[in-house]
Design a protein around this ligand. Sequence first.
Ligand SMILES: Cc1cc2nc3c(=O)[nH]c(=O)nc-3n(C[C@H](O)[C@H](O)[C@H](O)COP(=O)(O)OP(=O)(O)OC[C@H]3O[C@@H](n4cnc5c(N)ncnc54)[C@H](O)[C@@H]3O)c2cc1C
Length: 380
Amino acid sequence: MQYELSHWEYESFYRDIDVAVIGSGIVGLAAALHLKALRPTMNVAIIERGPLPVGASTRNAGFACFGSMTELMDDLTHMSEDDVLSVVEKRWRGLQALRQLAGDENMDYHGWGGYEMFTDEEENIFQACCERMPEFNEKIGRITGHPEVYRVADERLPKFGFKGARRLILNQAEGQVNTGRMMSALLAKAQAAGIRTINGLAIRRMHDEGSGVTLEMEPGWTIQVPKVLVCVNGFARQLLQRDDVWPARNQVLVTKPIPGLRVEGCFHYDRGYIYFRNLDGRILLGGGRNLDFEGEKKEDFGAHDRIREALTNFLHTVICPDEKPEIDRWWTGVMGLGPVKKPIIEQTSANVTIAVRMSGMGVAIGTLVGQQGAELLLKA
Ligand SMILES: Cc1cc2nc3c(=O)[nH]c(=O)nc-3n(C[C@H](O)[C@H](O)[C@H](O)COP(=O)(O)OP(=O)(O)OC[C@H]3O[C@@H](n4cnc5c(N)ncnc54)[C@H](O)[C@@H]3O)c2cc1C
């Protein structure tokens, strides 16, 4: 919809912005809150193209996780140990920052642990994990303070009732959150702090003039603001024309309530490409991107029939083979990936700072990244 900006709209809603944060996901909200905490008199506005944040933050699985053993072992084949441990540390610190900011009760945090599931055919991978477990417990214990982060938890398999699962490794320091409640809590905090969130306004282009940044909006008009912090994660390719961030879509489902469900915790399977958890007596299941990497490299939301079929099959044959629960809802979310598992927190011009590329771990790292982005903007 194209329309001109009225005098009243401009004067009352868009004129006195000191910092415009683009994107109201976890990163944008954490950044705006941090700016307000550090500079209470600063006029901070968040500009969001959706009626709600519509990227990943309201569409994820809510795993409060920081590293399963196979993921970290795989990372060690192409990253230095220091880099791998530094990613784990960021996720751990990020989770503590999120818990402090949103509050465990407000986001229904449960420390039920994160599991990795192995089939018969994966016995050799499981054994390789067992061999390195003492070393991992020692190194990751130093980061988390947990005396035994990883342990074999095969004894829990009968309780959960999975079919075809042979082994379980439990990460005892992981948890889960209710994503909707987490985002409601952050949005309420932002409102209480006097941060204006302007929804339904997409930024088409931006230009740093040196004296400030001109933002070209979708309705066809422009405003100027002194500073901009861009927090658009998987949409950075569109807005910033960067080729070191790309979108990665994920399919997610939630079942109808399953009477007597015994599954409790967050579960990773197939190197983390498939993930599921319990959610108020239901199963939330997502992933399957590895079935069509190119097909899911999209900014658009939408179904991928073959992946949805594979996830449904996994639900009915492995997770709940006896109940074969009905699916209540499907959706998609868009993550921001890149050639390395590192967020980009950069000042890209005199008045523009960016905090993007959460590598599919923004629940874990997003709060910290937003806070670091805010601090960098204040230094610039
Ligand atoms: C299905 C799925 C499951 C996931 N599960 C987990 C998990 O269990 N644990 C975990 O740690 N992480 C998980 N993630 C990743 C995590 O959700 C993301 O890393 C995190 O939410 C990213 O937050 P963000 O604020 O950077 O980006 P987003 O939440 O994507 O926010 C970016 C915002 O920018 C807005 N925007 C984009 N372009 C413009 C524009 N031009 N103008 C104005 N606004 C714009 C978008 O509408 C969006 O609201 C998952 C992601 C997905 C998709």
